[in-house]
Write a protein that binds this ligand. Structure first.
Ligand code: 13P
Ligand code: SF4
Length: 392
């Protein structure tokens, strides 16, 4: 049995720079009870003016989203970061892998700040570079490495993106996974290609089977905690999609049971889910897509229509508040926030912004130049993909 090399770190304490998680927030944060926080955030933003650009992922809390210059899914935010060469500071209200990607896509003089360094992503932590390199080695031993194109979901650390860059692969997000897979399979001869999909098995499987027409039997799951990934060489040779055994613990909660219960209660209800949900749930859903797609779908829906949404709760609540004329429910019986997205709160935001006003750059996210160079190759391949997202 292979040992797990992740130290146990309570969120927000301790230090583990090689992972997406748990590093200490070094500053003196304002108290969450400070009634002046909103005014302080406004004042800091005004003082910084054009020097700062604030990006907010759709899963952020309302109190933070209010200060975002742009909100978006990870694809849109990556593009927006790359399109702001004049901003001295990019304050990224999202999670660590998104801020890393922004650092890679911006000029060296621009500084990317993540208001709380503990805002990682547990899914991204499920693929570590040494584990991915062992899998790559095993593919060589099985005699299939040359057929394989690695594709990593944006939700991965910069060194995994760099691995894809140096091995002819690409990055994808939930809004362009289909075009990225088309590109990847197109890199090899007709019917020859295989994809190693990192780290979200669900996005990989859902895209391969529901969009690319592959069979479930064409997919195998590589378990990094088992010798040889738990697969035989024959399985690796036969597979078209080698899915990494990673998942999102938030989206993993949505179940077929609840879908059926809601449909029984309201036959008109439409089920709208993110592709990080399990395959069985996506099969039962009416529509599947990225956070940006989910928002666009609800915006275009007629008044009186009824929806259950399977994605993070901050976004679902915001959609319900913004569309009181539509019935919007959460697709889980329990409350289910992304705990790391929620690390970015108003006290951290105010602290990061006021520090910038004083000329002090806190919680800067920097990717080392070699990793950055190779990761940029994979990110630029993604940005150059034909513009077909599942919104088109
Ligand atoms: P989107 O790219 O759809 O915003 O998803 C990012 C994410 O982390 C979902 O869990
Ligand atoms: Fe990661 Fe899931 Fe949170 Fe998205 S919702 S940032 S995949 S843990």
């Amino acid at each position: 049995m292979t040992t797990v090399d992740l130290p146990l770190l309570p969120l927000g304490r301790g230090r583990d720079v090689a992972s997406e998680r748990g590093v200490e927030c070094p500053g003196d944060l304002p108290a969450a009870s400070d009634p002046g926080l909103v005014a302080r955030a406004r004042a800091a933003k005004e003082a910084l003016g054009e020097r700062v650009f604030v990006l907010g992922h759709h899963y952020q809390r309302d109190e933070v989203i209010e200060f975002a210059d742009v909100t978006g899914d990870s694809f849109k935010l990556a593009r927006e970061a790359a399109a702001r060469p004049d901003a001295e500071y990019i304050v990224f209200c999202g999670v660590h892998f998104m801020a890393e990607s922004a650092d890679i896509l911006t000029a060296p003089s621009q500084r990317v700040v993540l208001p709380d360094l503990a805002a990682g992503c547990s899914m991204a932590d499920m693929a570590r570079l040494n584990q991915v390199e062992s899998a790559w080695e095993a593919l060589a031993e099985a005699g299939v490495q040359e057929q394989v194109v690695p594709v990593t979901y944006m939700n991965s650390s910069a060194d995994i993106k760099a691995f894809c860059g140096r091995n002819g692969g690409v990055v994808c997000t939930s809004s362009n996974a289909e075009v990225a897979l088309e590109w990847a399979f197109g890199q090899r001869g007709e019917g020859e290609g295989k994809v190693l999909f990192l780290p979200d098995q669900h996005l990989g499987r859902n895209t391969a089977v529901l969009k690319m027409g592959l069979e479930l039997g064409d997919c195998v799951v590589w378990n990094p905690l088992l010798p040889g990934g738990g697969l035989t060489e024959a399985q690796l040779r036969d597979a078209r999609m080698i899915l990494w055994k990673g998942h999102c613990s938030v989206h993993g909660r949505f179940s077929v049971d609840v879908v059926r219960e809601l449909r029984a209660r309201d036959p008109e209800i439409q089920i709208l889910v993110h592709p990080e949900c399990q395959h069985e749930v996506v099969l039962e859903a009416d529509l599947v897509g990225s956070t940006e797609f989910i928002i666009a779908t609800i915006e275009a829906a007629p008044a009186g229509s009824s929806w259950a949404i399977g994605t993070e709760l901050n976004l679902v609540k915001r959609l319900a508040d913004a569309h009181p004329d539509k019935k919007i429910a959460f697709l889980d019986r329990n409350v289910c926030y992304c705990s790391t997205m929620n690390r970015i709160d108003l006290p951290h935001f105010v602290w990061a912004m006021e520090s910038l006003v004083r000329g002090e750059v806190v919680n800067q996210i920097t990717v080392d130049p070699e990793t950055e160079r190779e990761a940029l190759v994979a990110l630029e391949r993604m940005l150059a993909l034909p513009g077909k997202t599942h919104r088109d």
